[in-house]
Each structure stands twice: as C-alpha cells, then as structure tokens.
Design a binder for this molecule. Structure first.
Ligand code: NAP
Length: 282
C-alpha cells in the first residue's frame, strides 16, 4: 500500500496519549503505512473536526475522554457494542458511511482473561466511576456473568442513569447478575466484598490524587485494576495494595488490546500485541 492511511486520536487532555506509537507498532507488522495524528478536541469542536477529517480522506479515529458519548451523534451506523454502551471509542469511514464502535470492553476482557488470567464468572465486581469508559466496559463484563456488579459514582444520579439505561437493553436475569448502582459513600461501598475492583474514574489523570476509599473495601480483593495507564503505580493502585488487595494492574494491557481491535476495524488486519504488552511505551 503506497498511500498512507490517515488515522488520529482526539480528546482533551490528549498530549499523554500513546495511541500513535501503539498503532505505528501494529502497522509495522504489515505492509501498511499510516499517518497518525493526535489533536485536542472538545465536545464543542467535535463536529467540525470530524467533518474536516473525513473530508480529507481520514479513515479512523480513536475517541477518548470526554468525547465518547458525544461522538455517537456523528455516526451513520452504530455497532451493537456501542449501542449497548451508549458510548464509542472508535469512529471510522467505510463504504462512504461513518461507523461508531466501542472496543473498550473487548480490550478490558482480553487483558483480564488472557493476559492476567482472571475469570469474571460468578465473581463480585465493583466499578468506580460512571463515565464513558464505565459505559464501554460494563456490557462486556455482564456478558461474562459475574454474580454481582456494582457501579459507584461521585455523582450518584449518573450511576443510576447508567443502570436504568442498561436494564432496558440487557436481560440481567438471564445472566444471573445482580446489578446495583450508588454513590461513593462507605455505606454503599462496604456492604459487600469484591473479587475485582475497577477504577474507571478519571482521577488518576491527576497524578497523586486519591479517591480516599475506605481501607476495608479491598478486603478479599484479588485484583484492583486502574483503567488509567501509567509507568508508575497510580494512587489507586498504591491504596489498594496498602489495604490488602492481592494484585494490582494499570490499564496498559486494555489500551493495547482495544487498540488492536480498533486497528482491525480500520484495516481488516489483526496485529500481534505481545511486544507492546511486554514493553510498555514510557
Ligand atoms: P469521563 O467520561 O470523563 O468520566 C469520568 C468519571 O470519573 C466520572 O464518573 C466522574 O464522576 C469520575 N471522577 C472524575 N474526577 C473524580 C474525582 N475527583 N473523584 C471521584 N470521581 C471522579 O472519563 P472516561 O472516558 O470514563 O475515562 C475514565 C478513565 O479511564 C480515564 O483515566 C481514562 O484515561 C481511562 N481509560 C482507559 C482506557 C484504556 O484503554 N486503558 C480506555 C478508556 C478510558 P462524576 O460523574 O461525578 O463527574
């Protein structure tokens, strides 16, 4: 292929994004040349940015915070994954149409099951946060039939809305999953113990900031997983370890795996993720 495939990642903040390097690694595995830019885009500038990108023969865009919900408005076709999540992390053009999809759930499950060897079936899972990333991962987690899934958010109404939205789309009884939503109060957090605690809040984007979670939250926790990726352990990971969580992980594996799935949507090629998983980009 002589012509470079035009790709991009957009959001705010965006300077920290490793998506250009990840996709260059994927492209180097094939005879594919890509041009991958990162642009700061806000909900206010999203429509114009997307129109210009696709007019200029752009192929695919990774969508990050805070655009995951808003970006759905600009797609002609929305995949089942994105419809269930009411959020998308990838937009691309195909057959003169704009498609929206959500590969976050795929990426997280691949990292948990294949890379970290964690099974979700019959487990109790707590998700902190109810933003675009939480929306993206929850349908894929429910597919794995956990015994209980709790979503706790600073703004409780957003967690309740997320649950309402999902209950209208997914038959939770069929999955044998109890789904609860609430706030970050000790009362809601501590009336259970959790095999897996997932931090999907954006607090780790502010280095050193802590959610101030109660220590007892991590009693019996096998894995505390921060969706944020970071060379150093985030405050959430440090708090979880200090409070007794057996293992912690950041979201690097998820980022690489969701990126590989996005790359497949853009190119029909499935890249090998092992090199990036072994050697994160600083
Ligand atoms: P978002 O849509 O902006 O949502 C942010 C969430 O964080 C909201 O639930 C918000 O609560 C909560 N929050 C923010 N500051 C907080 C604080 N100080 N205390 C408590 N809660 C707080 O962001 P997003 O798209 O969901 O992204 C969330 C995180 O996931 C980011 O760190 C992002 O980098 C990471 N992520 C990683 C991957 C990956 O592949 N590894 C993929 C997607 C996202 P309110 O509703 O109360 O405001």
């Amino acid at each position: 292929m002589d012509k470079k495939l035009k790709l991009a990642v957009i959001g705010k903040p965006i300077s920290h994004s490793k998506s250009p390097e990840i996709h260059q690694d994927f492209a180097s595995q094939f005879d594919t040349k890509i041009e991958f830019k990162k642009d700061e885009v806000t909900p206010e500038t999203l429509e114009t940015w997307l129109a210009d990108f696709f007019k200029d023969a752009g192929k695919g865009v990774s969508i990050t915070l805070p655009l995951k919900e808003a970006a759905l408005n600009y797609a002609d076709e929305i995949s089942d994954r994105a419809r269930l999540a009411s959020a998308c992390n990838v937009i691309y053009s195909k057959d003169e149409k704009i498609f929206a999809d959500c590969t976050d759930g795929f990426g997280l499950i691949k990292d948990l099951e294949e890379n970290l060897k964690v099974s979700l079936e019959d487990k109790k899972i707590l998700i902190l946060g109810a933003g675009g990333a939480a929306r993206g991962i929850i349908p894929s987690i429910i597919e794995k039939k956990p015994a209980k899934l709790k979503v706790a958010n600073r703004t409780e109404s957003k967690a309740l809305l997320l649950r309402e939205d999902l209950e209208a789309k997914v038959n939770l009884k069929e999955k044998n999953t109890i789904f609860e939503a609430g706030d970050l109060s000790d009362d809601f957090l501590l009336d259970d113990s959790y095999d897996l605690v997932i931090n999907s809040t954006s607090i780790s984007t502010q280095a050193g900031e802590s959610l101030g979670l109660p220590k007892d939250l991590f009693t019996g926790t096998k894995l505390a997983y921060d969706l944020f990726y970071s060379a150093k352990k985030t405050a959430f990971m440090q708090d979880a370890l200090a409070a007794g969580a057996e293992k912690v992980s950041d979201g690097w594996g998820m980022l690489v795996e969701q990126g590989a799935e996005s790359f497949r949507l853009w190119t029909n090629l499935i890249p090998d993720t092992s090199r990036l998983l072994e050697k994160p980009i600083d």
